[in-house]
Write a protein that binds this ligand. Sequence first.
Ligand code: TYM
Length: 347
Amino acid sequence: PRVIFSGIQPTGIPHLGNYLGAIQNWVRLQNRAAPDDTILYCIVGYHAITLPQDPAHLETERLNMLASLLACGINPKTSLLFNQDQVPEHAELAWILNCITPMGWLSRMTTWKSKLAVARNASSEDEINDSMLNLGLFAYPVLQAADIMIHKSTHVPVGEDQTQHLELAQDIARAFNHKYSDDLFPTPQQLSTPTKRVLSLRDPTQKMSKSAPSDKSRILITDDPAAITAKIRGAVTDSISEITYHPERRPGVSNLISILAACTSEEPNLDLGTIARSYQGKRIQDLKQDVADAVIAKIEPIRKEYEKIRAESAWLRDVSDAGDTLARERASRTMSEVKKTVGLARM
Ligand code: TYM
């Protein structure tokens, strides 16, 4: 049986990259799970606070994220949906893993290196400056490994930007098993979608992200049809009028084609070159119109559902309490085994 696990930070409404790279796949895996599979999805508040967060704002973002995941189709009756920050065992295992993870492994993480590079050149008003390079940010991937391992997860559906973190989690799981000569932890496998890297609509050399300065660079799952159309129409492409699929040479157009495929097909293994050829003789505006229509068809029901669910605060709290309780039970079982294994069992 598989244990499918993933997490998302409560740092803003999910964008199309989060949705097509991860959440849509979470829903698909949930809906096609075998009876003995276990599916867990969590909102990772402990990861969010590795960067500065306003406490009141963070509370709101956590509720927004819960409502977003439910609106996207996560069913709390079949998936264990919970808040990482309400399950202390995640942090407890992270500490034990900190004690077997060489600092060199963490220094090599590109997420860390890029923040380091920004901070080194930053002025005090910049997004990241030197004082924000805290120990938690450095150890971020170890906490992620703990999230995965505490539930003995076997499969982790994430986008491409998480590949290096997942490889680290595999290394840490192996290191733990090796050190304590035990096979307590499975080696978690990454599950990706064909849209594992959705690109920014303003700068197609970058991934779509929550932190990019321009709102026009990303589509949120709560955007209305007019906003979606405007953002897709404004998407940066190139000066070639023909439509071809070539992700290296033509990232902007290729990004639009892959978004189109991911929004129109249930089985998103379509040959993107074939889609491109179906636009032979057509203009980029025609493609953009179709992309906008496809994204709206995908997002509009989610947006409406979000508005409805977000108003049901009492129900949201019930869902999260129930999930947190179950996750804690599950995590505490693993934690007892771990503590026994490392010599820290109850006396
Ligand atoms: P986060 O919150 O940054 O992103 C959530 C998910 O969205 C994917 N994603 C994308 N996929 C395709 N194209 C994009 N432009 C794009 N942007 C984001 C991410 O790959 C991710 O799957 N560290 C994780 C959260 C985490 C986690 C975990 C994940 C904490 N513990 C344990 C898996 C297992 C993160 O920051 O995701």
